[in-house]
Design a protein around this ligand. Structure first.
Ligand SMILES: Nc1ncnc2c1ncn2[C@@H]1O[C@H](COP(=O)(O)OP(=O)(O)OP(=O)(O)O)[C@@H](O)[C@H]1O
Ligand SMILES: [Mg+2]
Length: 199
């Protein structure tokens, strides 16, 4: 099973990684936790570049998919073939949300890259943490130095959120929207409901 976590910066994805891992392990599953951009040695170098160096929006999109190509080859496919549950903190929905919604690249361009890099692989389930970017920014304010994406204006983040929600409408079976505005234990309750529905 291939599970991805999506949402605007600070929506709460990483806060639930440990809980998700424990949920599956408690049910006897082996779990592979990973993230994008990154997840491999080459991918982590590309992550550093793309999060901190100014570049053209298409360069950014291409780097995301270059890192993804490596990630699929080295981590995702082998782990799935080995029967593991793969949980990735972000995947291709993030490219559509950030590079198309946020940066304005045409979706057809990204669809070509998606088709090139993983035509025959999609997440089984995507947990979309939905939260107003202003609230997410407040939550993040004290915790870390912002990267290139996190420094973008609120318009950018609102477009990213809207693009994610459009994806959810487009793929209602795969993408489950989680209300990220509530307290941690209520978010967990929503996650548990989705996971139990998969069994
Ligand atoms: N339900 C919640 N209620 C209050 N605060 C929360 C909640 N969920 C997460 N937080 C806090 O919000 C901040 C951002 O959460 P987190 O790092 O999980 O977001 P993220 O989606 O992984 O962000 P990024 O995309 O930047 O990695 C953290 O300080 C976290 O403790
Ligand atoms: Mg995170």
């Amino acid at each position: 099973m291939f599970i991805t976590l999506e949402g605007v910066d600070g929506a709460g994805k990483s806060s639930h990684l440990g809980w998700l891992e424990t949920w599956f392990k408690a049910r006897g599953r082996r779990v592979r936790m990973t993230r994008e951009p990154g997840g491999t040695p080459v991918g982590e170098k590309l992550r550093e570049l793309v999060l901190h160096e100014a570049m053209h929006a298409e360069t950014e999109a291409l780097i995301m998919f270059a890192a993804r190509r490596e990630h699929i080859e080295q981590v995702i496919r082998p782990a799935l073939a080995d029967g593991e549950v793969v949980i990735s903190d972000r995947f291709t929905d993030a490219s559509f949300a950030y590079q198309c919604g946020g940066r304005g690249l045409p979706e057809a361009r990204l669809a070509e890259l998606e088709n090139w890099v993983h035509a025959d692989l999609q997440p089984d389930i995507t947990l979309l943490f939905d939260l107003a970017p202003e609230i997410a920014a407040l939550r993040m304010a004290t915790t870390r130095a912002p990267d290139r994406f996190e420094r973008e204006k609120s318009d950018f983040h609102n477009r990213v959120r809207a693009a994610y929600l459009r994806r959810a409408e487009q793929f209602p079976g795969r993408i489950r929207v989680i209300d990220g505005s509530c307290e941690l234990d209520q978010v967990r309750r929503q996650l548990a409901t989705v996971l139990e529905s998969l069994a």
